[in-house]
Design a protein around this ligand. Structure first.
Ligand SMILES: Cc1ncc(COP(=O)(O)O)c(C=O)c1O
Length: 453
């Protein structure tokens, strides 16, 4: 079958999603609430999630490998998490105190146990807010106002980081000195001037660029596992740590995807590297919105507001002396409680999750190989991707762009018809509910999907 035929069958098979999508398009731009959720001809609308499975409006069941782009590491409807939410309300009544509460520090101690680089932390409501606060914190601490980020890396949806996330390679210039390109309408040239784009896994080029800009660059921010799948080499990671220390540039590790997914201590445990600041999100919220900014005590302490209360005119410090951080929902008690339950379960179930991830990766590689196709399955821990490529290794955004996306896309549409849910060409996120039986089902679906194409 051709891609067009696969899409036609998909459209015919999913009339209820099509109708819901058409309805949504009249009220919501593009019919979706996050641009990443769209794929042609229309995305599936889901109505139920249980364990590893999603059910769409037309009652088709799918093994879910998106898991809401990462957070649902225990799958859908994990009983202990649901019970902990109900128990919390039964015992405490309210949704929100609007005051400090003890779970904030209990959760902080749990995070600090797994992430020793985090000496102090603050809560946010998303990964986006967490990386945003990391960047302001770095500007505040260093008195410098440029950010360095890597080509292809995603850190959320705001101006400083919506630069060169999925750049058109033909416009992105020299791979060793990438040209900053806007990722959205509305990104000013000033933003492109203030964001320096670095080549991932190229220490020599990074050393040259950062040395040249050391007096302007406050921090580098990185996804240790680029796009949730392409790892930094160990030499690159330790080299970047040493270089940033030497140049007086802070190192921000964005572990929104990788936190509790590569190891329980994230990428920093895997690489044995201590960043100055870390952003967390996704898994720690058990499927609810949350983020954390954590790091060195001397840096994080700048947020302590003592002596600068906006409602008290006897202040000894002005607002500009303090690192601003606030938010109505920060440290949401129900979310921290659900997150604490999730981490507690992961402490026992993480090894099994990793084993089954390897099993699925190997199984998919074998099936492609049986059809004479060479693929790589880059990734670490419980995340991986599938790159149809002749390369023996993928280290950068530009390497990844050399993959055969057309074949992968066709197979992914065929897999949707066989009950495997992933956005075409997206990475695989695994959860504890992906049992051996679910993996068997997936591999059988792969065989059937190959027959279709
Ligand atoms: C590495 C990374 N940083 C930041 C974010 C933004 O997190 P959120 O979607 O919770 O705002 C994401 C989301 O995918 C991410 O993968």
């Amino acid at each position: 079958m051709t891609l067009e035929e696969l899409k036609e069958e998909y459209a015919t098979k999913n009339p209820s999603s099509k109708k819901a999508f058409d309805n949504a398009c009249s009220d919501i731009p593009g019919g979706i609430t996050a641009n990443v959720k769209f794929f042609a001809p229309f995305p599936l609308f889901m109505k139920e999630g249980h364990g590893a499975w999603l059910t769409d409006l037309d009652d088709h069941k799918y093994v879910d490998y998106v898991l809401s782009y990462g957070p649902l590491i225990l799958g859908h409807e994990r009983k202990e998490v649901l019970d902990s939410i109900q128990d919390y309300f039964a015992k405490h009544g309210t949704m929100l105190y609007g005051t400090p509460h003890e779970l904030e520090d209990i959760f902080a101690k749990k995070i600090k146990k797994h992430f020793p680089s985090i000496e102090m932390l603050r809560y946010t409501n998303s990964g986006t807010e967490a990386t945003l606060l990391c960047i302001r914190t770095a500007f505040a601490y260093t008195g410098k106002y440029k950010l360095a980020k890597f080509e292809g890396h995603y850190h959320g949806g705001y101006n400083e980081v919506l630069v060169s996330v999925n750049p058109d390679v033909s416009k992105a210039g020299d791979p060793t000195h990438p040209t900053p390109l806007p990722e959205s309408k509305g990104i000013s040239d000033r933003m492109l001037d203030d964001t320096i784009v670095l080549p991932f896994n190229d220490l020599e080029a990074c050393t040259e660029i950062l040395t040249k800009h050391q007096d302007e660059v406050a921090a580098i921010i990185m996804e240790p596992l680029f796009s949730g799948t392409i790892p930094a080499t160990k030499e690159f990671m330790t080299g970047i740590r040493a270089l940033t220390k030497k140049l007086g540039i802070l190192m921000i590790m964005d572990e929104v995807k990788t936190g509790f997914r590569i190891t329980l201590g994230g990428a920093q445990q895997y690489y044995d590297v201590k960043p100055d600041l870390t952003a967390l999100g996704k898994v720690i919220g058990a499927g609810f919105p949350v983020g954390i900014v954590g790091g060195r005590k001397d840096i994080m302490s700048m947020a302590a507001p003592q002596g600068s209360d906006i409602l008290d005119n006897s202040n000894t410090r002005s607002a500009a002396d303090i690192l601003y951080h606030s938010g109505t929902y920060n440290g949401h008690p129900m979310i921290l409680n659900a997150g604490l339950t999730t981490i507690g379960i992961l402490e026992h179930e993480f090894d099994g999750l990793l084993k089954r991830t390897e099993r699925l990766k190997n199984g998919i590689r074998d099936i492609y190989a049986a059809h004479g196709i060479h693929i790589l399955t880059p990734g670490l821990g419980s995340m991986f991707n599938i790159a149809v490529t002749e390369l023996s290794d993928i280290k950068t955004y530009r390497d990844l762009q050399k993959s055969d996306f057309a074949l992968r896309k066709k197979l992914d549409y065929a897999l949707l018809l066989e009950g495997i849910y992933n956005k075409p060409c997206n990475r695989y996120n695994m959860c504890t509910a992906h049992t051996d039986e679910v993996i068997d089902f997936t591999l059988e679906a792969y065989e059937k999907a190959f027959k279709r194409i």
